[in-house]
Design a protein. Structure first.
Length: 704
């Protein structure tokens, strides 16, 4: 009852700072007071100062291991009364034994299931109260096994005697009160496809190989599946076998693994494989086709005028279109719609979303290449039907490029390039059509060169324009800065967006003179505004990785700031996560030099890459900008909520500010306000506007 009257105190011990932050974020909202220690020695000191109700102890730590720290705590006054839970990635029987010998109450294997952790701790605390009252080691073991979902068992083959713990009975769905349960009864609970593997695990043990571990499935009474880790140890003579071991319910861990795999290899919006998984699938398909002298086709699909729809109706409408498009893509590529007796083709289908409005369809095991044309034509027909977006009918179409293995190439990048060229050729031919690649399409490379020349001409003629989008302090509602965004006005009055020309500029290093022009222009605009009395409004400008690594930004920016006579804090430089990982040494050196001038550094679109807290700590950074891909489903997507809360916690721990991009609704803004995100920008506040329009807004704001 005592723990119900006050907040339980947890001592979390881990040498990894990220893990400590996640312990705080997971347990504090559940009502725990969380003390932290980053080493075994520090844990002992903390224990003496504020005796906790429970200890979470990482096993693998330098100098003093978790086992040693556990033993030391058990020797302290009151140390025997506090449960110690070992957190470890070592799940072999020896490590488990070491944990118990060191005095551990329980152990949890990594990766942790954070939503379940608080419940585990509450159960352990309740168990400990019972232990203190009853002092019965047998009950302690049973309770600990139930909490850890770990059961023990023994099987004497000769006598066919099977004994098992209460938790083992629960895991295998056996009535613990039933007498005469045999090994055969246990095997019946195992999924039919896994029984052979389990039998083999027992028969493969010998004097030299006495331990074995296997993961398998159990059929539940409700027809669901339970995943378990079965560990077997041969005891005694192989001629009179006697087995003992453990069984652990790992269903929750399997679900977590699947979630992680989903995040790493699948597009969160459409559920289709992402670029990474696509390349893996294509590589395997090429290897298979080469071995079997087979054929495959790669279809590159681009939604016509998607950018126009996205810009006109907003990102939410664009996401709806992408989601509906992906569903039609799946329907259009069902094998049942292409019976071999009609088309002469039999094939398998793999789909992916590469990003933006680019999709792929890969056809393998082709009897002939004609199936690619049949699928492409079916896609064109199905995409002509109207899409219903926010209650309105929107008509769109697709352009498709097709490359064939082995005729158009035998390497991944060659097939991708050929399909890409064919797709652009289809667009140039009027859209809503498909084209098979042929060598003549290399003429499209000439068109690309023309685009490069136009970019260079636009740089020389200063034909680009910089728009500015305001960001606001969420707590006060006041303007807290501006984002500089590049636009390319065309002669027909249209505006070309950066995603259409920046990749070409980066590919041919034109990004360096273009980026330098943007930096100079923004600095001059800041100077103009400050001369008008508009001060203390920092402006953020995006810097390409090419600029950061290859251009002498560390010399250019101080010179331009000095020439303009503005303080360095007036300028913010946005960099991407990828450059920190790909070129850490060069990036760190340049950023250090720039930060010495007072310029602030932000990481743009954070969360779309793979940065860790350790990575961020190694760089002089001031701001994290949350990637807009998390925004559309807030505040309803629990996975995105956990991710964003973690990002904000990381930033707070590193003393960095957080900016939410792409905020479009009051609900999204309220979510960020609730979780203490400092700044936000998006269509909810204002779109990006030309400099003269922004000047009017700034002057009006200054007069209020």
């Amino acid at each position: 009852m005592e723990l119900q009257k006050r907040q339980p105190r947890v001592l979390a011990v881990d040498d990894d700072l990220t893990s400590l932050v996640l312990f705080q974020e997971s347990l504090q909202p559940a009502g725990f007071i969380v003390d932290e220690a980053d080493s075994g020695k520090s844990a002992i000191s903390r224990f003496k100062k504020h005796r906790p109700d429970i200890v979470l102890m990482d096993v693998v730590m330098p100098v003093m291991s978790g086992y040693q720290a556990c033993e030391a705590i058990r020797k302290l006054p009151g140390g025997l009364d506090v449960p110690i839970v070992m957190v470890t990635g070592l799940d072999d029987l020896e490590s488990i034994q070491n944990a118990y010998e060191a005095g551990a109450t329980d152990f949890i294997t990594k990766p942790l299931n954070w939503p379940i952790l608080k419940h585990r701790l509450f159960y352990i605390l309740r168990a400990n109260n019972a232990i203190l009252a009853l002092r019965k080691n047998e009950q302690l073991l049973s309770l600990a096994q139930r909490i850890a979902q770990l059961g023990s068992w023994e099987w004497h083959v000769g006598s066919n005697e099977l004994s098992y713990s209460e938790e083992s009975a629960r895991i295998f769905c056996i009535d613990p009160n039933k007498a005469g349960v045999s090994f055969r009864d246990v095997m019946r609970a195992i999924h039919p496809e896994d029984r052979r593997l389990v039998y083999q695990a027992f028969t493969c043990l010998s004097e030299d190989e006495r331990n074995f571990a296997i993961e398998h499935r159990i059929n539940m009474p409700d027809h669901s599946l339970r995943y378990v880790n079965l560990r077997i140890e041969l005891v005694g003579d192989v001629h009179d076998p006697h087995f003992t071991g453990t069984v652990q319910d790992i269903t929750a861990s399997k679900k977590t693994e699947e979630q992680i795999r989903q995040l790493a290899y699948y597009d969160p919006l459409t559920g289709l494989p992402n670029r990474r998984l696509f390349r893996t699938q294509l590589e395997r398909a090429i290897d298979s086709a080469e071995r079997e002298s087979g054929h495959l086709a790669l279809l590159f699909i681009d939604i016509d005028k998607f950018k126009q729809i996205n810009d006109t109706l907003g990102h939410d409408a664009g996401d709806q279109l992408l989601t509906q498009f992906s569903e039609r893509l799946k329907q259009s590529t069902r094998k049942a719609d292409y019976p071999s007796r009609d088309s002469g083709d039999s094939f398998n289908v793999e789909m992916s979303r590469l990003g933006g409005d680019e999709f792929t369809v890969m056809l393998t095991n082709l009897d002939s290449p004609h199936a690619a044309g049949h699928v492409a034509q079916r896609l064109l027909e199905n995409m002509r039907e109207a899409f219903t977006i926010s209650g309105a009918e929107i008509f769109s179409s697709v352009s498709i490029g097709i490359s064939l293995y082995p005729g158009d190439g035998k390497e991944i990048d060659t097939l991708i390039k050929c399909a890409d060229i064919a797709m652009y050729h289809a667009k140039a031919s009027g859209r809503n059509i498909y084209h098979l690649y042929d060598d003549k399409m290399n003429n499209s490379v000439e068109a690309r060169l023309k685009t490069e020349n136009k970019i260079l001409e636009a740089i020389n003629n200063k034909a680009f324009e910089i728009y500015y989008q305001p960001r606001f302090n969420i707590a006060t509602g006041k303007l807290s800065g501006l984002e500089a965004l590049l636009r390319w006005p065309q002669a027909d009055g249209s505006i070309t967006m950066p995603n259409e020309f920046i990749p070409i500029a980066e590919e041919n290093k034109l990004i360096i003179p273009l980026g330098n022009w943007v930096v100079r222009s923004v600095i001059q605009q800041i100077k103009t505004w400050q001369a008008m009395g508009i001060n203390d409004i920092p402006v953020a400008v995006n810097v390409s990785g090419y600029q950061l690594i290859q251009a002498d930004l560390a010399q250019l920016i101080p010179e331009e700031i000095g020439r303009a006579g503005i303080p360095g804090k007036s300028l913010e430089l946005e960099i991407t996560e990828s450059i920190l990982i790909e070129e850490p040494d060069k990036a760190s050196k340049t950023l250090d030099l720039l930060r010495n001038t007072g310029v602030r550094i932000s990481v743009d679109n954070f969360g779309s890459g793979y940065s860790s807290m350790t990575t961020l700590r190694n760089f002089p950074l001031d701001i994290l900008k949350i990637d807009r891909s998390f925004i559309p489903q807030l505040p309803n997507n629990s996975r995105d909520i956990v991710m964003i809360k973690t990002i904000i916690a990381m930033a707070r721990n590193l003393e960095m500010e957080v900016i939410a991009k792409g905020v479009e609704t009051e609900a999204q803004l309220a979510f960020y306000r609730e979780h203490h995100c400092q700044h936000a920008l998006g269509f909810l506040f204002s779109p990006a506007v030309p400099a003269e329009n922004m000047t009017k807004k700034l002057l009006e704001a200054a007069q209020e």
